[in-house]
Design a protein around this ligand. Structure first.
Ligand SMILES: Nc1ncnc2c1ncn2[C@@H]1O[C@H](COP(=O)(O)OP(=O)(O)OP(=O)(O)O)[C@@H](O)[C@H]1O
Length: 333
């Protein structure tokens, strides 16, 4: 089996004065070695909470309420903070939407880079400086910039430096949470191209989070679609380009201009996502779903898988295997 990351039945909740916010509800997915896996969905559907849960960045009132996160055979949810610190950067790193959330504004780039390197690798400071120069070269930034403070650089340069930092210890998995959303389209294109080149060169896996489905369709091998804290569909890129199965994913696809072919009128999805403290009975999406059946108001659909991917919708009931059946079959292989 070549899964690098296995997330199983992950539940993450926020305590709030109104009650528990079920921000991530029982989600399961895998990321293979060298794969780019995308998580997409409307604002508030739980993408960042999932990323923070995997990379141990959740802070109270958030907590993992159940489930398992296995990275290369190691169960991450059982690790102490000190044990997790050993794998941060070296096995897993994260790039956040705004580079200023990753960089310390009052420390020069060089010191931030070599601090990250020396915290995990025993080497002479001179060698760490050379490594920092090498990393900047990787992201096409001149070595002189090592002496700059973050505010002296453009947004695109700062995000490239964050990518360099994420790569510093050659991790197996890089989580990218909206890494280009804060940048203009031209800079965004340059950064995406750079990420793809580096991924090909080094072979790391990426969990790529965005609400921008067309961008995801350009770069990801497989895409997971989240709605109201749940994973409702997972498909290979090629399958998704042919059209989605889940009515929510279909709605998302119709909310963006098509990548190719004739321009069509954008439809959007009427209504809004449910309250995560008191979600509706049955399928979470039923109040907005154009295919809603009486059954959908009463019963939550199970996520089922076949050769096309996974889908949680009553329209496809009986057309696939449960996650337990899939997992039993793959373990038997
Ligand atoms: N501190 C908090 N207390 C209570 N609820 C929270 C808190 N932080 C986040 N949430 C809720 O958790 C849910 C998931 O939020 P999350 O930020 O993970 O979504 P997202 O899909 O990443 O959204 P975005 O694209 O806007 O970043 C949201 O409904 C949000 O309101």
């Amino acid at each position: 089996m070549n899964d690098l990351l296995r997330v199983e039945n992950l539940n993450i909740q926020y305590d709030s004065p109104r009650g528990k916010v079920n921000a991530v509800k029982n989600i399961s997915f895998t990321i293979k070695k060298g794969e780019i896996f995308g998580l997409v969905g409307e604002s508030g559907c739980g993408k960042s909470t999932t990323a923070f849960g995997i990379s141990r960045l959740l802070r109270p009132p958030a907590q993992i309420a159940g489930g398992s996160i296995i990275l290369d055979g190691t169960e991450l949810t059982n690790l102490t903070d000190q044990e997790f610190d050993k794998i941060r950067w070296s096995k897993i790193s994260i790039i956040l939407q705004s580079a200023m959330n990753n960089l310390n504004p009052v420390i020069k780039i060089q010191d931030q880079l070599i601090d990250a390197i020396l915290a995990h690798k025993k080497m002479a400071v001179k060698d760490a400086v050379n490594h920092a120069k090498y990393l900047l070269n990787l992201v096409d930034i001149s070595e002189e910039r090592l002496n700059s403070f973050p505010h002296e650089l453009s947004g695109g340069m700062r995000q490239r430096i964050v990518i360099a930092m994420a790569l510093a210890l050659k991790p197996d998995l890089i989580i990218m949470d909206e890494p280009t959303t804060a940048l203009d389209v031209v800079v965004q294109n340059g950064i995406i191209k750079k990420i793809l080149t580096l991924q090909k060169e080094f072979g790391f896996s990426i969990l790529f989070i965005t609400h921008d489905l067309p961008l995801m369709l350009e770069i990801c091998d497989r895409v997971g679609v989240m709605y109201a804290g749940e994973l409702v569909e997972v498909m290979k890129r090629e399958e998704l380009l042919q059209g989605a199965r889940h009515p929510y994913t279909k709605g998302l696809l119709q909310s963006f201009p098509p990548l190719k072919g004739k321009k069509t009128r954008l439809k959007g999805i009427p209504g809004h996502p449910p309250d995560l403290i008191n979600p509706p009975k049955g399928c979470n999406f039923h109040p907005r779903c154009p295919h809603m059946m009486p059954h959908c108001k009463l019963h939550e659909p199970e996520i089922l898988g076949d050769e096309k991917g996974l889908v949680a919708c009553h329209l496809y009931e009986g057309e696939g295997d449960t996650l337990e059946q899939i997992s039993a079959t793959s373990e038997g292989n």
